[in-house]
Design a protein around this ligand. Sequence first.
Ligand SMILES: O=C(O)CCC(=O)C(=O)O
Length: 243
Amino acid sequence: MPNFDRDLYNRDGCQLLPGLLAEADVSRAVAFFDGLDGAAEVPPSYEAEYDEADGVRRLRKLRRLLWNDPQIWGPLLNRAGVPALAREVVGDDAAVVFHAAFLKPALVGTEVALHQDQALWSYEYPKAFSVWCALTEVSPANGGLFGSRGSHSGGHVPHKDRPAYRWHDSLDAAEDGLEEPVQFQLAPGDGVMWDRYFAHGSAANTSPHDRRGMVVVFADASAPEFRAKDSFPLADLVALGAG
Ligand SMILES: O=C(O)CCC(=O)C(=O)O
């Protein structure tokens, strides 16, 4: 399984997972998302969002990947060893509650303002954590991905509506007393995992290259307060095999 360092993860609220996805799986994922990005229509079951400017319309986000195409994503997630991480962090009763692509297209890709995932979710997801996989280089040059170390430690931080940002309520590191976010520098296939209260975000992509990423979120389905719109049990994920 990917190297999990519990002490580091508990301290920072995040951990790098270098080389999480093999090259062939990165290529498969990129080809899949390129296909939908170039399609005349994306099926509504992906709940697509778009970035648009100057007559260019590109995919920004796709949702419910594992539910739409379990035979593609199940084996890929199993090959990456993601179920073992879910067992370590959440336990045997972990379930996938989200599986999405953040596609930040070249030139028109917009920012994702600083936020804690749990603050934006409609349900409480006990013990939830995310595994985010880079499908391209990820650096400040293409919008990148950043996070504020230790931002999970006090739990929920109230988010504010900022009129200049339309997608969701957000945080301001300085105003909210969080550490200045650090940039993750990732190669294709590298991963980062983070706690549901870890504050993170990304900038606009002004470069001529797409910045593509995919995230899978697990939570504890055995917790009494667990409710979910979608829930894909870990055992069912593992049963999809590694292909
Ligand atoms: O990929 C990004 O730019 C942001 C990802 C994110 O906010 C998330 O996975 O919760």
